[in-house]
Design a protein around this ligand. Structure first.
Ligand SMILES: Cc1cc2nc3c(=O)[nH]c(=O)nc-3n(C[C@H](O)[C@H](O)[C@H](O)COP(=O)(O)OP(=O)(O)OC[C@H]3O[C@@H](n4cnc5c(N)ncnc54)[C@H](O)[C@@H]3O)c2cc1C
Length: 387
């Protein structure tokens, strides 16, 4: 076991951190306030290889490992969770689905510009009535010669109103249940496809979230992604990897919160001394540091497994569950350490506290992660009665 990032990883980490501190941090408060999605920052990150981190160079990627990917997401989220979320969704969801299930033509046409950051990707599984139970998808895809006619609406799509490429899911054969949902690649400008309402969110407000609407949308069969009817099954594989990214996002947010708490505790004086001298405050700092390290190790183990081609469903669910709940606890403590000043917008902790919450919801709630973990535990018991 080696817990030390190698020289190249350290260089990547430092490059991302410097960029985040110089180019993102000064704008974070304003981007949050205005809910503005900063395409210029995404473009710069694309030029740095951060929008195609794990994809091979032939598909425009940086050909790095998941071990590098989690460091990158962590360092971005440590400074700005919105950017961390957008980069994670772009890499792990839309682009990764095309990488895993796309034809060679689809990879050349769609993945290359996504990985280079020339295009922004959305991946839209969730529907108004199909969230945790995404297999309850209502949108439909009906074959019409060499085309499909898509109808329905998707909700909560990260980059829904700013995307250049969107992977969406629709039922192509209801009689086949989970094996009857297909994935399609849509592009703005396709007749019958449009973004719907942009959400006014509590946190991660600079990361665009919107509905996607399909009304008699005519999609060439060449835009069907993966095998017919297997889109949902592919989505589960995509989410197994994606949750590692959300785990890293959560670790980054928690580290950012602890950075703020450490700095505030040393500068704020009460009873003639820095509040960092009070043991109650020290305990909050210590608990946070321990939990962040534990979360980080879970995330890095999941990334390590992924890099070795191992089964990551259990490890990524554990990492996402623990890291996301850590981010919520740590940002809560960090805000508490700020007292009343944590409750007003002059200090970044107010934003970090709001941003942290998405990590326990997106890409499967904490409850769903617990289901994923417990099902695997029970399935591993040979004598358990099966239905
Ligand atoms: C900012 C943001 C960005 C997002 N980005 C994307 C995206 O890019 N693409 C995409 O497809 N989706 C995206 N989502 C959707 C997200 O994945 C869903 O919100 C999430 O999966 C939960 O679904 P839901 O909101 O419908 O909640 P519900 O499924 O209605 O859950 C409500 C509550 O019931 C609990 N619950 C539900 N089922 C069970 C069960 N079987 N056992 C125990 N408890 C259960 C949940 O844990 C939760 O506490 C995003 C959401 C947000 C807020």
């Amino acid at each position: 076991m080696n817990f030390q990032p190698d020289e190249e990883q350290e260089l990547t980490r430092r490059t991302v951190r410097d960029f985040a501190l110089k180019e993102i941090a000064p704008r974070s408060a304003e981007l949050d306030e205005t809910q503005h999605f900063p395409r210029d920052i995404m473009k710069r990150l694309g030029e740095m290889g951060m929008l195609g981190v794990v994809f091979p160079a032939e598909y425009g990627g940086a050909a790095l490992a998941y071990g590098d990917y989690v460091l990158i997401i962590e360092e971005l989220a440590r400074v700005d969770a919105s950017i961390g979320l957008s980069v994670a969704a772009h890499n792990s969801l839309c682009s990764n689905h095309i990488y895993l299930a796309g034809s060679e033509d689809q990879k050349k046409r769609f993945l290359v510009p996504l990985a280079r950051g020339e295009k922004i990707g959305a991946w839209s599984l969730t529907e108004p009535t199909a969230g945790s139970d995404a297999s309850g998808t209502k949108s439909t895809a009906v074959k019409d010669g060499e085309h499909w006619i898509l109808n329905g609406s998707k909700t909560f799509a990260t980059h829904g109103s700013v995307c250049d490429v969107a992977v969406v899911f629709a039922v192509s054969d209801r009689s086949k249940g989970k094996h009857g949902i297909s994935a399609f690649i849509l592009e703005p400008g396709m007749k019958g496809f449009r973004p719907g309402r942009k959400e006014n969110k509590m946190g991660c407000r600079a990361s665009d979230t919107a509905e996607l609407v399909m009304e008699e949308c005519r999609v060439p069969d060449a835009h069907r992604l993966g095998a017919e009817g297997e889109g949902f099954i592919d989505a589960l594989r995509v989410l197994d990897g994606g949750r590692i990214g959300i785990g890293a996002l959560a670790v980054g947010i928690a580290r950012g919160a602890l950075d703020q708490a450490l700095s505030y505790a040393q500068n704020r004086h009460q009873l003639g001394q820095a509040i960092a001298n009070f043991q109650a405050v020290q305990c909050m700092l210590a608990d946070s540091a321990v939990e962040i390290d534990a979360a980080r190790l879970l995330v890095q183990r999941a990334a390590w497994l992924k890099d070795r081609g191992g089964e990551v469903g259990m490890a990524s669910a554990m990492a996402k569950l623990y890291a996301s709940e850590t981010a919520v606890r740590v940002s809560n403590r960090a805000l508490q350490i700020h007292g009343g000043y944590g409750y007003i917008k002059d200090y970044p902790i107010e934003r970090i506290y709001r941003d942290a919450k998405i990590t326990t919801i997106g890409e499967g709630t904490s409850e769903i992660q617990r289901l994923v973990i417990s099902r695997r535990l029970l399935d591993a018991m040979p004598d358990r009665p099966r239905d």
